[in-house]
Design a protein around this ligand. Structure first.
Ligand SMILES: [Fe+2]
Length: 142
């Protein structure tokens, strides 16, 4: 039994997922900074509503763009569609390695696989991620 199961939550989920994210992106500071900014806004947006699962929000905020790296390695480029294609299996592997609640990983995969296109799911965490990412992408353009 891992730390998340049996109703016991993983301690310090942000720290654990950030560590996994940093290990994955290595010295790509721009991607890590972006993920942290999205997490900041996602946390703010989540504090204004009560219909989101915090585990899912933290995981999708930090891991939503992990598809960029395998897409660039395999195809030499990335775009919204390839990020959606390559991201979910990477997120699954990272979260499984942390003992993240297994029953929530499918939702995380659905959201990461849909965060750049018209929503196919009605998870509140999907709209929240899209909004947080929009805010950060707008700020980063300035
Ligand atoms: Fe993003």
């Amino acid at each position: 039994m891992n730390e998340w199961q049996g109703g016991i939550k993983l301690k310090y989920p942000r720290a654990k997922i950030v560590r996994a994210l940093a290990g994955f992106f290595g010295d790509d500071d721009r991607r890590i900074e972006h993920a942290l900014r999205v997490l900041h806004h996602a946390d703010n947006l989540m504090s204004q509503r009560d219909d989101c699962d915090p585990d899912i929000v933290v995981a999708v905020a930090l891991l939503h763009d992990v598809g960029i790296k395998p897409s660039e390695e395999k195809l030499g480029h990335n775009n919204g569609r390839t990020q959606e294609e390559y991201g979910p299996p990477v997120a699954r592997e990272l979260l499984e390695s942390l003992g993240f609640p297994p029953e929530k990983i499918g939702v995380v995969e659905d959201i990461i696989g849909n965060h750049h296109s018209k929503s196919r799911f009605d998870y509140p965490e999907l709209e929240l991620l899209k909004e947080a990412d929009r805010i950060v992408n707008r700020d980063e353009k300035v």
